[in-house]
Design a protein around this ligand. Structure first.
Ligand code: ATP
Ligand code: MG
Length: 652
């Protein structure tokens, strides 16, 4: 078409990677999912998902797999009814596995609890009765603001059991964030704790809840778990968990709910903008989290000890601590605290102690472990591990290699899993018994998922090309809307490309057809007419032995349009000098080409991150362009920005 505007040049693909690791023979031999699944799903996508839904227990079967008559509003397993908590608990106990450990819990101070599926079921039944006694009925919203204690999972499952929609808010968020989320969802009850342990100290939660509830007229009751024994203020609305749950009836019959019954609302992390209340429903969500947990982690419920290091307040905690693993009857480790308390080897000590076989963590954690040094994990026996997962940000190839070598003993496949709060479950990932892995790449859409990389006009890019990651077909665990705002749902996700879900992330396809995530498109830099991804420049910096972590932004530049400004943390916390800065700039130019050479590199002690550990580049862009800072409410540590801005002012 002549009158259409010239498409902007699509995202440049600068980094090339030739390392491959074949799946280990023992994992191939016993794999839950083989390459045949891709063909099966390709031939009949809906039939494939119906089979996966069949892994669950339905009280009433569905009569239609997908209703996509009114896109983008999907209905999956129409007419089907199930109870999510029944699928996560009762059916395992009924099958004779009540004695299997569901949660090995380790508190930060070292206290422990061992909770079997039978224990978990009985506590969830009583919690469900307690919520009902407090007046909660199906469809009501319940906010959960908790430390990483088993009651957090119990509270979620109790809500699911009675059809109340939970909204978990990360137990470190401020009054603003908590009250905003409670009000947006009009929650009737808040479940919280006096506090939790973090960095060796009790960290109070109740005062934040008290202040928030004062701003939230919808809240009728606050249920408080006693964890730390700290003094708490007490009001008429407050009840202790041990009183109301401890005193509730033991028996509870789970009622089935419609497949499209709202299961939870979860607000996105707010890395880029005001958090959105993402709504997930029951049947499709549970189908896909359960299947992906089975496929991507190759979970063997009888023998594996699985550990996802995420917080329950993030979607990873929802899908891969609670609903995925528990629907599969897995045994898992749950840890309350931080990785450096009381010492920097705590994670590895836990893996050794509980003989963890599968570890799922985030690149931010992996880079921190790299920064702390190889000698720390080397002091522990990590030979129980068999599969390693990564989620949350693109993983730099060198961080991937470090993870494989120093944690996985060069033996465990690394699965880099791409997904979002909105997608509900993993979408793009290697399969450990099938895929020959490539460091830094999430590789392929899972069976039944139609991910694609398209250019500005929505056309698939060929191998070697870069552009936008989209999903061409609906998937079972997709968000159904933004809570209370269908317009924003359509506008945010479905209006960029006709008939496709656009996720907001840039991606490329390498010469072998592997998908690489290149960071958010809002972060892409336009340098002398070339679109350059922040991820590739960051990965180039991290591939230098002196660098532990890097964040890169495009700052307005009179000559090149935008110029690359990099913020780096050095390994071992060293400060660097001008020679090193020159060497790093040249290293990037050599790795990616002169176009990607940063105009400026700053050595910083820390990077601004969200509470879930994602780098907030928009704040660094504000600094690089001398603007006042945008919204910092989701920032983990607000002093970090001050240090960085001071360094910048010194003209380093
Ligand atoms: P907000 O949408 O409010 O800005 P957020 O996008 O950080 O917050 P999440 O839903 O927790 O909230 O994160 C999903 C995003 O995380 C993805 O869109 C992607 O940018 C990034 N991401 C997650 N996993 C990966 C991965 N394996 N590789 C690359 N990026 C990833
Ligand atoms: Mg997002």
């Amino acid at each position: 078409m002549n009158d259409s505007p010239q498409p902007r040049e699509t995202l440049a693909s600068l980094l090339s990677e030739t390392r491959h690791f074949d799946p280990p023979a023992d994992i191939v031999a016993g794999a839950n999912v083989t390459g045949e699944a891709y063909e099966r799903a390709q031939a009949d996508r809906l039939g494939f998902w119906a089979e996966q839904a069949g892994r669950l227990d339905w009280a009433t079967p569905w009569d239609r797999v997908l209703d996509w008559d009114n896109p983008p509003f999907a209905k999956w397993f129409v007419g089907g009814k199930l109870n999510v908590a029944y699928n996560c608990l009762d059916r395992h106990v009924e099958a004779g596995n009540g004695d299997r450990v569901a949660i090995h819990w380790e508190g930060e101070p070292g206290d422990t609890r061992t909770i079997t599926y039978a224990d978990l079921l009985s506590e969830v039944k009583r919690a469900a009765n307690a919520l009902t006694d407090l007046g909660v009925v199906a469809g009501d919203r319940v906010a959960i603001y908790m430390p990483m204690i088993p009651e957090a999972a119990m509270a979620m499952l109790a809500c699911a059991r009675i059809g109340a929609t939970h909204s978990v808010v990360f137990g470190g968020f401020s009054v603003d964030a908590l009250s905003g989320r409670i009000n947006d969802a009009q929650a009737k009850v808040v479940i919280t704790a006096d506090g939790g342990y973090r960095r060796g100290k009790p960290n109070a939660l109740k005062p934040t809840v008290d202040e928030s509830v004062a701003l939230c007229p919808s809240v009728e009751k606050v249920v408080v778990v006693r964890r730390t024994g700290q003094d708490v203020e007490w009001s008429d609305k407050d009840v202790w968990w041990h009183d109301v749950v401890g005193g509730a009836a033991e028996e509870h019959q789970a009622q089935p709910f419609d497949a499209e019954h709202p299961l939870f609302i979860l607000y996105t992390s707010g890395t880029t903008a005001k958090p959105k209340g993402i709504l997930h429903t029951s049947g499709g969500y549970l189908t896909q989290v359960s299947y992906t947990h089975h496929a991507v982690f190759d979970i063997k419920p009888e023998s594996d000890v699985y550990w996802c290091g995420a917080d329950i307040g993030w979607v990873t905690g929802h899908s891969y601590i609670v609903y995925g693993p528990m629907s599969n009857g897995a045994t898992q480790l749950m840890y309350e605290g931080t990785p450096d308390t009381p010492h920097k080897g705590r994670y590895w000590e836990l893996i050794d102690k509980y003989k963890v076989t599968i570890l799922y963590t985030a690149p931010t954690a992996i880079r921190t472990f790299m920064k702390w040094g190889d000698d720390i994990p080397a002091q522990f026996d990590l030979t129980s591990l068999r599969i390693l997962g990564s989620v949350g940000e693109p993983i730099n190839p060198e961080a991937w290699m470090w993870y494989r070598k120093h944690i996985g003993g060069d033996r465990c496949p690394v699965v880099d899993t791409w997904w979002q709060t909105e997608t509900g479950a993993i979408m793009v990932s290697p399969l450990p018994g099938v895929t020959s892995t490539t460091p830094g790449s999430a590789q392929h859409a899972l069976p039944g998922i139609s991910a694609d990389v398209v250019d500005d006009t929505g056309t698939s890019v060929p191998n070697g090309g870069g552009g936008y990651l989209v999903l061409r077909e609906p998937w079972p665990s997709m968000l159904r809307t933004i809570w209370g705002d269908d317009e924003r749902f359509i506008e945010t996700y479905w209006s960029r490309f006709e008939g496709m879900y656009f996720a907001g992330d840039g991606a490329k396809r390498d010469d072998e057809g592997n998908i690489w995530l290149l960071g958010r498109v809002d972060d892409v830099m336009l340098v002398s007419g070339h679109n350059i991804s922040t991820t590739e420049v960051e990965s180039a910096l991290v591939s230098h032995p002196a660098v532990a972590e890097a964040a890169v932004v495009g700052a307005t530049d009179p000559v090149t349009g935008q110029a690359i400004v990099a913020f780096t943390i050095l390994r071992g916390g060293s400060e660097g000098d001008d020679d090193l800065l020159t060497e790093l700039r040249n290293h990037v130019a050599k790795t990616l080409g002169p176009i990607a050479k940063p105009r400026q590199i700053m050595i910083v002690p820390e990077l601004p991150k969200t509470r879930s550990g994602k780098i907030m580049r928009r704040l660094l862009r504000d600094v690089a362009e001398n603007r006042s800072l945008g919204d910092v409410t989701t920032l983990q540590d607000s002093t970090v920005m001050k240090l960085i801005a001071e360094g910048m002012a010194k003209g380093k």
